[in-house]
Design a protein around this ligand. Sequence first.
Ligand SMILES: Nc1ncnc2c1ncn2[C@@H]1O[C@H](COP(=O)(O)OP(=O)(O)OP(=O)(O)O)[C@@H](O)[C@H]1O
Ligand code: SF4
Ligand SMILES: [Mg+2]
Length: 332
Amino acid sequence: MTLLEVRDLEVTYAGGAAAVRGVDLSLAAGQKLGVAGESGCGKSTLALALLRLLPAGARVSGRILLNGEDVLTMRWGQVRAVRWAGASIVFQGAMHSLNPVHRVGDQIAEPILLHRGATAAAARKRTGELLEQVGLPAARASAYPHELSGGQRQRVMIAMALACDPRLVIADEPTTALDVMIQAQILRLIEQLVAEQDVGLIMISHDLAVLADTCDRLAVMYAGRVVEEGPARQVYEDARHPYAKALSAAFPRIGDRASRFAPSGLAGDPPDPSALPSGCTFHPRCPVALDECTVEDQPLRDAGQGRWAACVHAGAAVPPPAGPTEDARSST
Ligand SMILES: Nc1ncnc2c1ncn2[C@@H]1O[C@H](COP(=O)(O)OP(=O)(O)OP(=O)(O)O)[C@@H](O)[C@H]1O
Ligand code: SF4
Ligand SMILES: [Mg+2]
């Protein structure tokens, strides 16, 4: 059975922001799915929706099947159990997610005591094991969050997420704000844990390069929708949707001469989710838009080889936008 199956998920915040619009995703145990997109495209909203952690007033519809059970229709008691034992989230910004006045060991032990019904001694033992599993000495259990470095705190967050052996781990920007060396260590750690424990991983980041390196598949979001989905490397190296292509081009590749000339960003801003443009929401910024794009939105279309893109050009290579010719570029 598929570990996670999301169908037609929609989230609209109380103020009217349509933050997630008709998202479909699926994930098998042991699979790593990356979710990428610009700030405000709905990545965190999607993550919060998966575990019913959205603020009161948010309207949610669709289906979120975790091991075949719909999270959206579960009773609260069951949702609370699922949040640790079924699926867990590693939030961005470990300093803000950990309680500053409690020792980290007590914070890791809490869900083990609550959801596993463990004795205090067993929870302490398991906490030590978890800390060692994420590369910290068990003795660090007695530290307060401010006594740890940013990378160590993020390891504590990962230990907490693993405390009750979840089948699904959602990591929302787990390495943003960490330096590149620590970022690489944390990513390798997450990869290793996923491989050893056969859990499913949803890794959220604005950094396509990191996701292409870490994940099996990649979903690129724009204005609340998945606009491209496919094998991670292929999406990163040869995107079918113009937005995914622009996002990918924003990351220069070492050794690739052409990428020196790639645009460093995309003109314009993502749309306001309370006042989305008509047709394809990307059309005001799209360098290859057709007239019909202002009126017709595109569903995800089969772009071949297990790839999906929500664009009239899907199935063919994205036509190059108007710009300097190859000759002009090579003379620079
Ligand atoms: N609690 C909230 N109430 C109202 N609107 C919200 C709320 N949280 C997020 N939004 C809006 O929903 C949209 C999606 O936000 P979200 O945090 O999911 O984006 P994101 O892709 O995670 O961005 P980032 O990369 O900056 O973390 C944004 O327009 C945001 O302003
Ligand atoms: S559907 Fe049209 S506007 Fe949207 S990404 Fe494709 S070409 Fe651009
Ligand atoms: Mg976010």
